[in-house]
Design a protein. Structure first.
Length: 451
């Protein structure tokens, strides 16, 4: 009996230590079993308390009256499947007649407290079936991406969602995206994860970094073109527009629309072309869009209009030519000048890191989801990398990218440098990889001379 008591105390102490220091390990060893039992035992009473039950049907009442039996109790949704995951539980429910998926979504916070889970989200799978995802711990506090992901061509995993699932950047589904956030909010880490995921694919990377290239030029071995100032960026964007027009000519020459060609073989974009004719897709990363839109003189204003016009054309027409935009900035509002809101309207994907005011959040989500605006404003300053990701459908998720240092991203780009395509249209903008022969000059007159 003494040994049993000692062993029980050790197990409880180990469970408490794991829950404090390694919540993921605790969940896989103890938490998943306890949570499953808690859900199965409390299910009926919790659903009744949360208002997710329906009264008995008329035929059941009639049968009970004829058989002189007690009145049947209200029925909760049926449990179709209960599946444990590495971060929580996935509960698939079959709704009763009269219930709606919105009822489950509205009761998510009450279900979280009743089942003692960290978070509860729900989504409608199909008519009458709702999937409830419950997380057992804060998966965004220490992001650990799963070993296996559902990556594919032009689809890369970049972050982890608060429900434990992986957040993907799928360029085939969402061609263009906007990322906003204040300084030190995690935009650079998000961008590094994106570049690291694309580096291993057959895709051309084009960067525009007007901060003298401090963010993107360390990754230059994997970039087919880079611009570090607005003047070069304007010429680079013009070259991309010319390439887009040339790709459309290739698509038109291969359509060959006749009565004997099936609809599935008629090319409408580069993905319908044969492999040997398909141009390489291009992802254009703009690090700070405000530097392209601001101007102080008449000449700079003309350059600004030229840049914004080229970006708007690429956003409107580039998808079929395999040109995708990834635009980042601290703000993206009408104060950046004319045509900027037209460009923003073409960016379907929206990601907002911590912002300093509600207006900045409205620039990303104000026209698609008011709830996402509130969630973006509430991101704490000490949670760098946490962001709200949404799209034009109004759906949104809280995500966080794993911390990737610049050295890690550089190593990935160098490892896949052989995949960098050589595009003739962008050859003048190919980054020079030769190292500097002399040491840089000191930043101030008082700086000590180097030996």
């Amino acid at each position: 009996m003494v040994w049993f008591t000692v062993a029980l105390v050790l197990v409880v102490a180990a469970a408490g230590l794991l829950r404090w220091r390694r919540p993921a390990w605790y969940w896989m060893t103890f938490g998943v079993t306890l949570a499953t039992l808690r859900v199965l035992v409390r299910y009926g009473s919790v659903m009744d308390a949360c208002g997710l039950t329906v009264p008995p049907s008329r035929w059941r009442l009639t049968l009970a009256r004829v058989a002189n039996r007690p009145v049947p109790e209200s029925r909760p949704p049926r449990i179709l499947r209960l599946r444990p995951t590495r971060t929580g539980l996935v509960l698939r429910l079959g709704l009763r007649p009269g219930q709606d998926a919105f009822d489950v979504a509205a009761a998510s916070d009450r279900l979280r407290h009743s089942f003692s889970m960290y978070g509860v989200t729900s989504r409608e799978v199909r008519s009458g079936v709702v999937e409830v995802r419950m997380t057992g711990y804060d998966v965004l506090k220490r992001v650990q991406m799963p070993a296996k992901t559902d990556a594919g061509p032009m689809r890369v995993p970049v972050a982890l969602r608060e429900d434990g699932s992986v957040h993907y950047r799928d360029y085939r589904a969402i061609p263009h995206a906007l990322t906003v956030g204040a300084t030190e909010s995690g935009k650079s880490v998000y961008q590094r994860n994106l570049v690291a995921g694309l580096a291993a694919q057959d895709v051309a990377l084009v960067g525009i970094d007007c901060k003298q290239g401090v963010e993107l030029f360390p990754l230059a071995r994997r970039f087919s073109a880079l611009a570090d100032n607005p003047d070069t960026a304007a010429e680079l964007l013009d070259a991309l527009v010319s390439r887009m027009e040339a790709v459309y000519q290739i698509i038109r020459s291969e359509q060959r629309i006749t009565s004997d060609i099936p609809d599935a073989k008629i090319a409408a974009d580069i993905w319908d072309l044969p492999d040997h004719l398909r141009p390489v897709p291009i992802v254009v990363l703009v690090d700070e869009v405000a530097e392209l839109a601001l101007f102080a003189t008449k000449d700079q204003e003309k350059r600004r209009d030229r840049i914004i016009t080229a970006l708007a054309r690429l956003a409107q027409l580039g998808r079929a030519a395999g040109i995708y935009l990834e635009i980042c900035g601290q703000r993206f509002g009408s104060e950046l000048g004319k045509s900027i809101t037209m460009l923003r309207a073409q960016l379907t994907g929206r990601t907002a890191h911590r912002v300093n005011d509600e207006t900045s959040a409205n620039m990303a989500f104000g026209d698609i989801s008011p709830d996402a605006v509130l969630a973006a404003v509430q991101i704490p300053a000490d949670m760098r990398g946490v962001a709200i990701a949404g799209d034009s459908t109004g759906g949104w998720h809280r995500i966080r990218a794993p911390h990737t240092t610049l050295r890690q991203a550089v190593n990935v780009c160098n490892r896949h440098a052989d995949r960098t395509p050589d595009l003739p249209e962008l050859a003048p903008f190919r980054p020079a990889l030769t190292s500097l022969s002399k040491a840089p000059a000191p930043l101030s007159k008082t700086a000590p001379a180097t030996a």
